[in-house]
Design a protein. Structure first.
Length: 252
């Protein structure tokens, strides 16, 4: 297990309460500016044009083959997370980033109140990936989208990458209104925003931190920021609780 609890790290300067508050007040001005800029960007996002996609595109779900239209569950909007998948590999070898972000999506009723359905579109076979969903204890709608269906929905974007794609339904017509990838999917979780509030931040190699701040998590296999002891960090509670991560498939 990675040792991130040592006490020899550098720490901020120690000051009196009034000095601390003055520095915090100055930072708060920047935080509010940043938040207002986020509101402005969101307003621009709402004004983007949209592109039609085939609402009849087949997906595989717990009821068998369904249409993209069915994934809306009767609501007007759909947010789909495209989960990367390594077919035939055990749970420990599945995408650690997808596991982290998906594990933080739990209560969906608030989205539903805004006429939005959330669903996972796994880029792998249904039976195998659904066993992974059950191993992780996830309850969100889960579909398999592969082959020509994946090609249709991604329309030139590279498969095997995590995406968030937003859709709008108007009758039997479906339109794509927004998509993002890579760090754009951080919106799915609260772990990074909470870490960003702490003195040592995310403790990852790329952050602009003072000299002496801990940054043990690297962009490599040994110190991967999403893995500990050979498997995604968010899987360990399931393993320790005795859940089987046998996905019922072997490598070809």
């Amino acid at each position: 297990m990675k040792d991130v609890m040592r006490n020899e790290f550098s720490v901020p300067a120690i000051v009196d309460r009034s000095t601390f508050q003055a520095e915090l007040d100055a930072l708060r001005v920047r935080e509010k500016t940043h938040m207002r800029e986020g509101d402005t960007i969101a307003a621009a996002r709402r004004r983007l044009p949209m592109v039609e996609v085939d609402g009849m595109t087949p997906l595989i779900g717990e009821r068998g083959t369904v249409r993209l239209l069915d994934a809306f569950e009767g609501r007007r909007m759909l947010i789909a997370y495209y989960f990367m998948w390594h077919t035939g590999h055990p749970a420990a070898e599945q995408c650690e980033g997808c596991a982290l972000y998906t594990a933080q999506v739990r209560e969906l009723s608030f989205l539903h109140s805004r006429d939005v359905t959330y669903a996972t579109f796994c880029q792998g076979p249904y039976e195998e990936s659904a066993r992974y969903r059950d191993f992780m204890g996830w309850e969100m709608p889960w579909y398999s989208v592969q082959g020509t269906s994946l090609d249709t929905l991604l329309d030139g974007r590279r498969a095997g990458t995590m995406y968030i794609v937003c859709y709008l339904r108007q009758g039997d017509k479906v339109f794509e209104t927004y998509w993002t990838t890579r760090r754009g999917v951080e919106v799915m979780g609260n772990s990074y925003p909470l870490l960003d509030m702490t003195v040592y931040g995310r403790q990852e190699w790329w952050e602009d931190s003072p000299t002496g701040w801990p940054q043990p998590w690297k962009d490599d296999e040994e110190e991967n920021p999403y893995r500990i002891n050979g498997r995604p960090i968010v899987q360990w509670p399931r393993v320790k609780a005795g859940h089987s991560d046998d996905l019922g498939a072997k490598r070809g």
